[in-house]
Design a protein around this ligand. Sequence first.
Ligand code: LLP
Length: 416
Amino acid sequence: MHDFNYRHDNLYCESVNIEELARKYGTPLYVYSRNTIISHYKKIKEAFCQINPLICFSMKANSNLAICKALVREGCGLDIVSGGELYRAFKIGASPRKIVYAGVGKTEKEIEIAIRHHIFFFNAESIPELELINRVAGRLGIRQKVAIRINPDIKAKTHKYITTGHGENKFGIDFETAKKTFLKKNRYKNLNVSGIHMHIGSQIVDAKPFVRAVERIADFIKDLESREVAIRWLNIGGGLGIIYSRERPQTAKEYAKAVLPVLKKVKANIILEPGRFIVGNAGVLITRIQYVKETPSKNFAIVDAGMNDLIRPSLYGAYHEILPVKSRSYSDSKEIRVFDVVGPICESGDFLGKSRKFIGLREGDLLSVMSAGAYGFSMSSNYNSRPRPSEVMVEGSKARLIRRRETYEDLIRTES
Ligand code: LLP
């Protein structure tokens, strides 16, 4: 995370002092580095430059308009999963020709809006969905491109909630059914069923399961070709892992090096859908310690951010590094103590980190929860009627508010 660094014991995002941001915008506060976002996008683009794929940022990782717009300006497409994400995509003027739409439960209304706006591809996850897209496209008189999402039945080593390419997951269609569907694709008169999609899971740190999945799909494409079915687009999803703690994930280059030989064997154009890889390490959650509470069994740093602001530790047992915004050295304070960093929410599952060592931690100190740029704000909620935090994007020495903090008014705006 080279854009989050200490300068004279103060944590900076690019050239901006995070303590000053916390003072100006309050806490909890999400802070993003624009440079990290763009440079991670470019890393993937460069790693795959030989085949010039369409890269669609997976908006579910972070759907803030300013962040998505920064990527779209660089030429990035978008991977969406709901009408809401489609709405956001339009708001920032994203080209529909670079939008791909996945998800097992698309509604008729969502499908209709997406077709009307001429999105590039639907990634269909079931036969009934394929039939519905066909009917809606027929009604609108628009021929729609569709990829079939294949579940390649590959087990990837990651948290069980975020593996998606195993046979028992709800995602995609098995090879047998997909084959039958491709062979009778002319039945779907209003569709151009010319793509294959896969996504085997998220936070995968090793390239092997990707290679295995892509190999299976490449064989499948060959088989289809021998039966006169041409696949023009192959979308290999996202899922690249990042460093939260001591992981040693494959780099974009290593990933490309592993999958490119297989991808080059298929004639199809390639689509990638990275989310976490682009934004994960580009954001931090800044929180202030309200109380230091000592009990006979534990020390708690009770902070003003909770599981409603960042649910990953509670939901997946995910590890996020937690750093002091102002670092104290051992010579300043001989006091090294171990804390559970917990939020204000009324659940024991409300924690950001357990058993973390700090030097001289005190009430009022600021902490930075690292690598919170992906699935941080986008999974936040108003649980316990807590207004959601502000978000700030840093570019060089400038910081811009890209979402204001919610007010109590906002909390009840839609109720009657
Ligand atoms: N494409 C599809 C079809 C997906 O379902 C996902 C993520 C992605 C792309 C992007 O995956 P990424 O590159 O970000 O790994 N909330 C969880 C992660 C859920 C991922 C869901 N699908 C977390 O906080 O770890």
